[in-house]
Design a protein around this ligand. Sequence first.
Ligand code: PHE
Length: 445
Amino acid sequence: MTQVRDSFHSRIGFVLAAAGSAIGLGNIWGFPTNAANNGGGAFLFVYLVVTLLLALPALYAEVYIGNQSQKNPVSALGDACKNISERLGRNAGIIGLCGAIMMLSFYTIVAGWMLSHALSAITQLMGFNELSSWLGTSSTERNLVFTPIFILLGAAIIHQGVNAGIEKWSTRLMPVLLIMLFGLIVYILQQPGAMEGLKVYLVPDFSQLTNPKLIVSAMGQAFFSLSIGVGGMMIYGSYMQKDKDLGKLVISITALDTGIAFLAGLLIIPALFVAQHAGQQVFQGNQLIGEGQLIFHILPELFASMGTIGLIVAIGFFMLLSIAALTSTISSTEVPVAYLVEDKNISRHKATWLVSGTVLFFSMLLIAFFDVLFGAFIRVLTTILQPLSCLFYFIVVGWLWHRGNKLRDKALQVDRPWLKHWGNYIRFVCPILLTVVFVNVAILN
Ligand code: PHE
């Protein structure tokens, strides 16, 4: 290849872009909903354990492969598997790439909901009540407008490239997201009823720990939240200079992602109890009503009941979710784009349109057959594709590494004693642990 590869210009740029990929609807929407449905503090506890034992090493393995190879995931995995079968590796890369497209096809629909709810609050503030109610009510027409808008927003950033697009926008958007989140938490925690929610969230009900569904939900949530298993983190790793301290960077990304999920819980769960205090029915028994749809019903009503200030809070909240979703969207889009640019010699401009067009096609399919396809896509991705990809990464990093392939690196050699343990942990413990949980998922499904 004659072209110089585009790259992140700083380590902090990489960390913010990767954290931007990790922090998304999964943290702010998925984590609190899962926590509220699975025993509050008990879920939080199991989530932290699963993140440390499995998700963090998986993220390390994924970033590591990308960083060592400095190539897109298809070529990177192909190189890594050269000694047994390059084709096997490349195929695994292609499967990850399909996972990225799958993720985008449902993610951009939900992200479109966030955008339309933000606009709903803005238009209500401006007095356009009819438009506002259309924007705030779910409908196929609304999906047909907002999903493409969201895909276009992602394409506009990706099309600008790694440094000028991804790095620049991630460094701009991530601090805004943090400020908004803190502001909203401070506001919600002062409302009546919030303290009860805080207690449910922070005090674990350990009787829930024996529930196998809890561990499976926590693992799916942790993998999805850290964006592992579709190649997004691998491609970001490949845009960073080869780094000896990858471990530190991966720990920072995990800490940021987990921290934001924790903070989102501090916002959403108390907000649910504020809504309940205000007379809305939020729980039926232990379960949230309407599960994932909840924040689109309960929270807008809660915001509306607060008058004008509520509208401003609503704009902040849904903008926050839209921004978080956008930085996640771009990492998944970059996976197939980089593959087309590097392996198929297509220009970035054309590749961006091609990938966006494909995503648009699948998201329209999901909208057309929403009841059948939407949940199925999410389930296949999070409970099958992502864990299997992670298993593959563990095997690549733990086993194929030492066989003279190009991806040899000090980190898994024996020059630092703790690294030896880390290497063995990835070789033996992670694949076994993951297989055990995976078999459980299969049984539970
Ligand atoms: N991690 C993102 C979130 O929490 C979702 C995501 C999954 C992004 C896979 C990229 C790849 O919302």
